[in-house]
Design a protein around this ligand. Structure first.
Ligand SMILES: *[C@@H]1O[C@H](CO)[C@@H](O)[C@H](O)[C@H]1NC(C)=O
Length: 396
């Protein structure tokens, strides 16, 4: 009895002690104290940059806090190159708003950019890219700026983005490029289905990226996966509207790092252009895609639920011989069901030079207008097990 009591007291002491000491050890930078105005029209860029500079210079864990309200923010780069700090949390209870005139950030590549940071977490918040006017410009074929990616991480490690919303980005919503270990959880992406190039999350040249429990509706790919991506895990993502989850486009460059070990599971696609897609340019390349698992996916009225397209070449430009060098192998489709919006629900158009192999279909059931849909294969080897509908057209 006495032993249990003293143990309890000891725990109590330890708890209190560590609690206090950790509180004492966190430096806190509130952007409002540094001059940011929550009125949506005063440029608060300097306050955010100075919060970052202080957090970065602090040798203890630091939090940057953004209280409720709307903050106008111009293009901002948060560099970790000379940071002393092992961990910076950015807690956002408010909304960051891009300048409404798209020229202000439209040529800067990115709106909110992190580079060479380690251990940065972004928690909560809404990022409003104000892309509407730029899309209108692009859709009317005028000479418009390329547009800025809303939130980009480059050359960074151990990143977390948690409960963030991104709306109406000019170009991509979120970019993870040359990073290791990034965890994106509870992300909400929202832009209209006809907004050009507004990919939800683009990952490339990165290892160990996880995307969980997210809802992505946008005008381009919900998630797009570029060259040099490995160990990517995507689970419980609701995609639509949008162009689906896409590995590619790959193979533009003749020398290109491959994509490997990608899992997409327990996700849904609603009214999208594609479900799960692998897409390569019809150009010479040493790129590859291997060890991919697509598992437990639901398709609702999706134009191309399962598609591999190695003939990508818009306007038939820049594709000598119209053949892709990218090698696609070891892709498994397991428990994929629902409805296709077109007759051909499963399409493998692989390279004449490098046929797809090791494709596995297991328990696939896709219908078109309540009838079994159809499949189409070119240069694709693999096997089917369990119930597969439409019938597999893979060569054994
Ligand atoms: C990818 O997965 C394969 C097979 O499961 C494994 O042998 C390989 O080590 C993995 N590669 C990477 C880069 O994770």
């Amino acid at each position: 009895m006495a032993g249990a009591l003293s143990l309890l007291l000891a725990f109590h002491f330890l708890f209190t002690f560590f609690n206090c000491s950790s509180l004492a050890a966190i430096a806190n930078y509130n952007v409002q104290n540094l001059g940011a105005k929550p009125d949506g029209k005063t440029d608060s860029t300097k306050a955010f940059l100075s919060a970052w500079a202080s957090a970065c210079a602090s040798t203890q864990a630091a939090t940057i806090y953004v209280p409720p309200g709307r903050y106008l923010l111009g293009a901002a780069t948060f560099s970790g190159q000379s940071c002393k700090n092992p961990a910076i949390n950015i807690r956002i209870d408010g909304t960051l708003v891009a300048p409404s005139n798209y020229d202000a950030i439209g040529n800067s590549g990115n709106w909110i950019k992190f580079e060479r940071v380690t251990g940065v977490s972004v928690i909560g918040g809404t990022l409003d890219g104000q892309g509407v006017d730029l899309w209108a410009c692009k859709n009317s074929d005028k000479n418009c700026p390329e547009g800025a990616t809303t939130l980009a991480f480059y050359n960074s490690n151990n990143i977390a983005i948690n409960g963030l919303s991104s709306i109406n980005s000019q170009k991509f919503h979120i970019l993870v490029d040359e990073c290791q270990n990034a965890k994106l959880v509870g992300i909400k992406v929202s832009a209209p289905g006809n907004s050009p190039n507004t990919d939800g999350i683009h990952v490339e040249k990165s290892t160990g990226v996880t995307i969980l429990n997210s809802k992505i509706g946008t005008g381009d790919d919900c998630v797009s996966i570029g060259p040099g991506t490995s160990k990517l895990w995507i689970e419980n993502v609701a995609c639509g509207p949008g162009h689906g989850i896409s590995i590619g486009s790959l193979g533009w460059d003749s020398q290109e790092p491959g994509v490997q070990n990608v899992t997409v599971k327990s996700s849904s696609f609603t009214g999208t252009e594609n479900g799960v897609r692998v897409k390569t340019w019809a150009r010479p390349s040493n790129g590859f895609v291997k060890y991919v698992l697509f598992q437990h996916l639901v398709m609702v009225n999706v134009q191309n639920p399962i598609i591999v397209d190695q003939n990508y070449c818009p306007d038939n430009k820049n594709c000598p011989n119209q053949v892709s060098g990218v090698k696609i192998s070891d892709i498994t489709y397991q428990d994929i069901h629902g409805s296709s919006a077109t007759e051909i629900a499963m399409k493998f158009v692989c390279s004449k030079q490098n046929p797809c192999n090791g494709i596995t279909l297991e328990d696939v059931n896709l219908n078109y207008k309540n009838e079994p849909a159809q499949s189409s294969c070119i240069n694709a080897d693999g096997k089917a097990t369990g119930i597969v509908q439409p019938n597999s057209c893979l060569y054994n």
